[in-house]
Design a protein around this ligand. Structure first.
Ligand code: B4P
Length: 190
């Protein structure tokens, strides 16, 4: 079993690379962003709650996010491993994930961080807005707030796993295939 976290600022290519990793390693892909968008699309109470945070570029509160993640993991016990995309985004979420996996005698094996400069992130997300219709991608000030939230609230998660010797940084600029190869090189060292 391999359990990976794909980590990085908004627009760093987590969703893009997760799709390729899932195909190669046959892992279950769990993206908290996708789960929230699914709930929003169905106008569920959880979706409406998440929307109020996502539209401003803020994080959805930990208790909401962790509860939803736990449901998804517990509904899929017989898998080759998980790739967590966009989760954990805070240290309490990282603690919750470690505890959840430990209940099954399992653990996170590696966090892979995609390192991309801010200006490239803004360019990519404004580009994605034209096709995705995502409200959180349309306004540059909201994008910049998401990047700030990442720096202030999310980067400590990298240190949390780095202290355990379970984190690697990968340069996230280049072709999708080049970046995928860099990620695979790290995974192959497990
Ligand atoms: P997410 O859905 O996780 O989305 P993201 O960070 O915006 O995007 P990602 O990094 O996956 O980018 P992608 O591959 O699509 O989060 C959205 C929101 O949900 C958060 O702001 C928050 O409110 C909430 N949320 C989610 N998880 C949460 C949690 N755990 N706790 C609290 N709140 C949470 O790539 C972006 C663009 O770049 C695409 O257009 C792509 O085509 C392009 N691209 C990709 N690779 C490229 C490359 N190599 N070169 C050029 N362009 C590239």
């Amino acid at each position: 079993m391999i359990n990976l976290i794909l980590f990085g600022p908004p627009g760093s290519g987590k969703g893009t690379q997760a799709a390729k990793i899932v195909e190669k390693y046959e892992l279950l892909h769990i993206s908290t962003g996708d789960l929230f968008r699914y709930e929003m699309g169905n106008n569920t109470p959880l979706g409406l709650q998440a929307k109020s945070y996502m539209d401003k570029g803020e994080l959805v509160p930990d208790e909401v996010t962790v509860g939803m993640l736990r449901n998804k993991v517990e509904a899929n016990p017989y898998v080759e491993g998980y790739i967590f995309d966009g989760f954990p985004r805070t240290v309490p979420q990282a603690d919750a994930l470690d505890n959840l996996l430990a209940e099954e005698g399992n653990e996170v094996h590696l966090l892979l961080m995609l390192d991309v400069p801010d200006e490239e992130l803004v360019k990519r997300l404004l580009g994605r807005a034209k096709v995705s219709g995502r409200t959180d991608d349309m306004d540059e000030s909201i994008i910049r707030n998401r990047i700030e939230v990442y720096k202030n609230e999310t980067t400590p998660v990298f240190d949390y796993y780095a202290e355990k010797g379970k984190a690697a940084k990968v340069y996230g600029v280049g072709s999708i295939e080049e970046i995928f190869n860099r990620l695979c090189e790290q995974i192959s060292q497990l």
